[in-house]
Design a binder for this molecule. Structure first.
Ligand SMILES: [Zn+2]
Ligand SMILES: [Zn+2]
Length: 341
């Protein structure tokens, strides 16, 4: 079988290796589709401080169960599955309270342990979720990012009556928009790219704001009748973005603010900015308990998937994926890798 190994920042190789055998409680997955995410870019470009090399990228993985190890009861050979990106101990306090995503020894597949950019790989049976057979694998590769959308909106307690502001209309911003629209919210989307904002409009955004040409604060005031947004997702996550989103006029009193990035630069936030309006700043990381409900939403066709993926690339042409990561084409939104028979 073939696998992709990132050896060091900007250096990767395509390797031939033995197909692994599942042990007790494990399954062998034949890969069918893998989404390419921002964190794969960070790994390859050397911008992920948690990454160790060599590493096989990929955490948005969909495939078919090829073989099951001893004692496996949850899935069988031939099942179509997606694979959880979270690898957790299952025994710590956080795991026991249903928060595997913040397990004390949590590892993200494709970053801290090897991911799915290979023809076959092993996962524990409790880390795979069965898909409806009629769901195309290229769509199934989007279940993991939609699980992120399910998780962060749950963390923020989003309800249909909320006015939501999403900053950054890349893949995750677009997904949060759809998850919030599905709950019945009014959603305001902000970005600096008109093509991303137009796409957001097509996905149901009630208002769009180009922060390069329009003033975010006065637009929010206008669109919310001076009240501000009830929930704010920072899916742009650049240095200073969180400070900007906390400016007077943007969050409503009592607003919940959810940063989605992992910026390490300091923000300019005071206690008074938070407590003057009793804001909640809510952390979110990966997802927990969201695969099954997300698969059900996909089954119900609750989300619009066309237009999220811009580039479908065969595993045999993997060089193109790395080329695009190094020099992203202007019109590229998201890549999905499809594996052969
Ligand atoms: Zn991802
Ligand atoms: Zn744990």
């Amino acid at each position: 079988m073939k696998q992709i190994s990132v050896k060091a920042p900007l250096r990767y190789s395509i390797e031939d290796t033995e197909c692994p055998k599942p042990s007790k409680g494990e399954v062998l997955i034949k890969m069918k589709a893998a989404g390419v995410c921002g964190s794969d870019f960070h790994l390859f470009l050397g911008e992920n401080p948690m990454a160790e090399f060599p590493r096989i990228p990929g955490h948005e993985n969909a495939g078919i169960i090829e073989e099951v190890g001893e004692g496996v009861t949850k899935v069988k050979k031939g099942d179509h599955v997606v694979v959880d990106l979270v690898v957790a101990c299952g025994t710590c306090k956080q795991c026991k309270s249903g928060r595997r995503n913040i397990c004390r020894t949590v590892k993200a597949r494709g970053a801290a342990v090897d991911g799915g950019w290979r023809e076959y790989f092993i996962a524990a049976e409790h880390e795979v979720y069965v898909l409806p057979e009629d769901l195309p694998f290229q769509d199934a590769a989007l279940i993991e990012p939609f699980a992120i959308g399910g998780h962060c909106t749950k963390r923020a307690g989003v309800q249909g009556s909320d006015v939501v502001l999403v900053l950054g209309m890349g893949t995750i911003g677009t997904i949060i928009l759809q998850v919030c629209k599905e709950k019945g919210c009014t959603v305001i989307c902000a970005d600096i790219k008109d093509n991303f904002l137009n796409r957001a409009k097509n996905f149901g955004a009630d208002f769009i704001i180009n922060t390069r040409t329009e003033d975010l604060n006065s637009c929010i005031q206008e669109y919310t009748n001076g009240e501000g947004a009830d929930v704010i997702f920072d899916a742009a996550g650049y240095p200073g973005s969180l400070t900007m989103l906390l400016q007077k006029g943007i969050p409503a009193n009592g607003a919940r603010i959810v940063p989605l990035g992992f910026c390490t630069s300091e923000e300019n936030i005071t206690q008074s900015m938070i407590n003057g309006r009793e804001l909640s700043i809510i952390g979110t990381r990966m997802s927990s308990g969201q695969f099954e409900p997300t698969i059900e939403k996909f089954h119900q066709k609750a989300y619009r998937l066309e237009g999220i993926v811009s580039d479908i690339i065969s595993f045999s042409e993997i060089d193109r994926v790395f080329k695009n990561m190094q020099n992203p084409p202007e019109d590229m939104a998201k890549m999905v890798i499809l594996f052969g028979e």
